[in-house]
Design a binder for this molecule. Structure first.
Ligand SMILES: [Zn+2]
Length: 478
């Protein structure tokens, strides 16, 4: 039997504010020893009152606007009650029925087409303390408690594991462009829970959904969704019954395991937070925030295509991170007009390969955009050949030296002197009688071989176009 997959995603992301959501403690919780960034408010002492962090509201409005949400006239906070040791107060201040942003969307390029995924809401809450489990006891670190946490909930409209991954990558990218969060998945500042259910193809009936937690990378989300869809389909085929439950992704085994049967909203006994009055979201302020939004990935990608004439495919990769897109534009600006395609090819080719193999993020690369463009100028004006440039780039990458320095040190300048090249060509022809005979008998690939030998003999320094021309002349061809 064929099934359709229905996925809805909930993303929690910590906001990059300096202080916590409701007190003046530093929100940089990981940089301090446990339980040092705390105060009576985030320790939930009796009689204390929370104060709303304005920057957190601003960041949430920015995100909601970037996700095409409606910003209501006012918003309020609610208490979400549950008994759990990571909550100091015994409740979490969250938002229930008046989130900061409602009914937005984002566009995902997936499976070869564009798809709009609707966003139900963007709301603000506070992070919990961190529990560290040590065998038969647990430790608690309250530093993280009260750090602003923004939640972005999608409609259950995602229809494949790949689409779920692409949605997350796009959302992650938008948050980084906005600068509202580090969105670092490994450090837990960008966490994703997924609700997944299946239904028989062409049916409207939804089967009970399963919530999957503990996915710490985009790949994990993809794998967990694949696994879960298969598990649910198999269970049904074997005559089993699906129940609403929460499962955890186990990276090592590539499976999900039952954590608990799902709580329903009623269990949280939400009610308006009596210690905070509702917030009016001033229209002028909202419009100021809207006007100040940076260019977002999709718009930037489209501009790259029209402004620089590069392909949509390349533009997509270049704008996948703000740092890469900035690097590209920085580099293009250093060069004469019309070289964007060349910059893009080098960035996405050899440069990205070096970043990947050394596991380096572009922000930490030792080659600055200025140095890369200087190197490309040397290629463009014929000082060094393409193959030489690859070696130069690698050395620049490892040592942080400038291209001109490496070229001088290693005497790598391209040989564009016809007489000098002809001399080498003659030597190669004299030493490769077999290839010459092949060429004379009409085998064109013999020419490529001889050209290759000349390039090898000059350690890649000879101008390839000139070599080809001279070899052809010397062999008496056209
Ligand atoms: Zn505090």
């Amino acid at each position: 039997m064929a099934y359709e997959i229905v996925i809805g995603l909930e993303v929690h992301t910590q906001l990059l504010t300096r202080s916590k959501m409701f007190c003046s403690c530093s929100a940089d919780y990981a940089s301090a020893p446990p339980n040092t960034y705390v105060c009576p408010v985030c320790l939930a002492m009796p009689g204390v009152l929370p104060v709303i962090n304005e920057k957190a509201i601003e960041y949430t409005v920015m995100t909601a606007l970037a996700l095409n949400c409606t910003i209501p006239e006012y918003t309020k906070f609610d208490r979400k009650n549950y008994f759990y040791p990571d909550l100091m107060k015994g409740y979490q201040i969250s938002q229930y029925d008046s989130p900061v942003g409602k009914r937005g969307w984002l566009t995902v390029d997936s499976d070869g087409g564009k798809k709009r995924i609707n966003i139900t809401r963007v709301h603000l809450e506070e992070d919990t303390a961190k529990l560290l489990h040590r065998g038969d006891y647990s430790l608690i670190d309250v530093n993280r408690s009260g750090v602003p946490l923004m939640e972005i909930v999608s409609e259950p409209e995602i229809s494949s594991p790949a689409e779920a991954r692409d949605y997350l990558i796009m959302l992650h990218n938008i948050l980084r462009y906005l600068g509202v969060s580090t969105a670092n998945m490994e450090e837990g500042s960008f966490r994703c829970d997924a609700n997944i259910s299946i239904r028989p193809a062409n049916s409207k009936k939804l089967l009970p959904k399963v919530e999957v937690k503990n996915m710490n990378s985009f790949k994990a989300v993809y794998q967990a969704m694949e696994y879960e869809a298969k598990r649910q389909g198999k269970l049904l085929e074997e005559g089993g019954e699906l129940v609403q439950e929460t499962r955890g992704w186990v990276e090592e085994s590539g499976t999900t395991v039952l954590q608990r049967t799902k709580e329903y909203a009623e269990d949280y006994r939400y009610f308006p937070e009596p210690d905070l009055s509702p917030l009016v979201l001033d229209r002028t302020w909202i419009e100021e925030i809207r006007a100040g939004l940076p260019e977002l990935p999709e718009a930037r990608r489209d501009r790259f295509v029209t402004e620089y004439g590069i392909s949509l495919y390349d533009a997509n990769i270049l704008t996948a991170s703000r740092a890469m897109a900035n690097y590209f534009e920085n580099c293009v600006r250093q060069m004469v007009p019309g070289k964007a395609k060349m910059v893009s090819n080098w960035l996405l080719g050899d440069f990205s390969r070096l970043l990947n193999t050394t596991n380096t993020i572009i922000e930490n690369a030792r080659i600055s955009p200025k140095h890369l463009s200087d190197m490309l100028v040397l290629v463009d004006n014929g000082t060094i050949s393409g193959p030489t440039a690859k070696a130069v780039l690698e050395e620049m990458f490892q040592t942080g030296k400038e291209a001109s320095e490496i070229v001088t040190e290693r005497r790598l300048s391209q040989i564009s002197n016809a007489g000098e090249i002809r001399e080498v060509v003659r030597q190669v022809i004299a030493g490769n009688a077999g290839a010459v005979a092949d060429y004379t008998s009409g085998k064109q690939q013999a020419l490529t071989f001889i050209v290759g030998q000349v390039m090898k003999a000059t350690r890649g320094r000879a101008n390839p176009a000139m070599v080809r021309e001279i070899v052809t002349q010397e062999l008496g061809g056209k």
